[in-house]
Design a protein around this ligand. Structure first.
Ligand code: ADP
Ligand code: MG
Length: 310
């Protein structure tokens, strides 16, 4: 998944099971990568992406479930979240093939690529566990949802072990449960959206709720003073360019939180806030405001704030 993970277990019996849990978690993550990673040459998803077939293709149940969740978030966000953006992500230099980041993609290439972008260009028959690409070059990128899915799966694994107190964190998408070893709740810092250092804007306390953040301040590059984000607006083919610095979403399903955060990031500070309010999404936005930041949270988010750190 191109990132790191941390799992903390605070149950008293954790240390005796440590090695077994570690092995199981690692195997689970290898398994998920082998299904969904575009960085692995023979993952199930890579083989689908490489296939030029426009016939029905069998998919594993796990991959199918993630694809169907992705479709729901695409419908909810009117296409702002779209797993077919892969070719654009690659064009802009954020895909598995590293490209030099001092050259912007050609307008004409972007326009041509738009022909194979669109979540509606994939058909599903869930009872038969098959999908169909309407165009042979459709390329699926699950980077904005698979990490969240993996967090949910690891949390389920820890539940199956009987653990009641833990924290799972994969690349910043996370899910805490119960208490830390000092008996206090899990507190999570939401970063200030600054590039050069890590500091905390807000602290929240959550239990059995997932958190995901999407922002413009970690994964981007600059050409001539303009910042290009790794979040792409599927309607324009361009990296998002608006005043939203980061958006954090809370949801029982980290998979949904992950995808929703990217969706709201594409929609930006006006449409994103509006969608969150209309749909009851628990979201917290940090918006660039001259040299400062402005915070916007939906009312259901506010109960989780512990303190304000200036
Ligand atoms: P963030 O934490 O900023 O959301 P993620 O790694 O979760 O970062 O998701 C960003 C990745 O999702 C990009 O690198 C790209 O592969 C993919 N992506 C970019 N734009 C979209 C989009 N509009 N819909 C779905 N996936 C996207
Ligand atoms: Mg995300």
């Amino acid at each position: 998944m191109g990132t790191t993970f941390t799992i903390k277990i605070a149950d008293p019996q954790a240390s005796s099971k440590q090695q077994a849990v570690k092995t199981d978690v690692e195997q689970l993550l290898i398994h998920i990568n082998q299904l969904m990673s575009t960085y692995i040459d023979d993952s199930e998803l890579t083989l689908i992406n490489q296939s030029k077939s426009t016939d029905w293709l069998s998919v594993s149940e796990e991959l199918l479930n993630v694809l169907l969740e992705a479709k729901k978030i695409s419908q909810l966000s009117d296409g702002a979240f779209d797993i077919t953006v892969g070719p654009l992500v690659n064009l802009w230099g954020f895909g598995p093939n590293e490209v030099t980041k001092d050259m912007l993609p050609d307008e004409e290439v972007i326009t041509n690529t738009m022909a194979i972008i669109g979540y509606e260009k994939i058909d599903y028959q869930s009872s038969k566990k098959v999908i169909r690409k309407q165009h042979e070059d459709i390329y699926i990128d699950l980077s904005a949802i698979a990490k969240g899915y993996a967090v949910d799966e690891v949390a389920d694994l820890l539940d199956a072990y009987g653990f009641k107190n833990y924290m799972v964190d994969i690349g910043g998408e996370l899910k805490p449960k119960g208490k830390r070893s000092d008996e206090r709740g899990w507190r999570i810092g939401i970063e200030k959206p600054v590039v050069d250092r890590r500091s905390i804007q807000r602290v929240i306390e959550i239990d059995r709720i997932g958190m995901a953040t999407s922002g413009d301040y970690r994964n981007f590059y600059e050409v001539d003073g303009v910042r290009y984000s790794h979040t792409i607006n599927p309607r324009t083919g361009q990296p998002v360019a608006h005043k939203l610095a980061s958006v954090t979403v809370l949801h029982e399903s980290v998979m949904q939180a992950d995808a929703l955060a990217t969706a709201l990031n594409v929609l930006g500070p006006e449409d994103g806030v509006q969608l969150a309010r209309n749909q009851g999404i628990t979201a917290y936005f940090i918006v660039h405001d001259d040299e400062q930041y402005k915070e916007i949270s939906t009312h259901n988010f506010e109960q989780y704030f512990v303190e304000k750190v200036k």
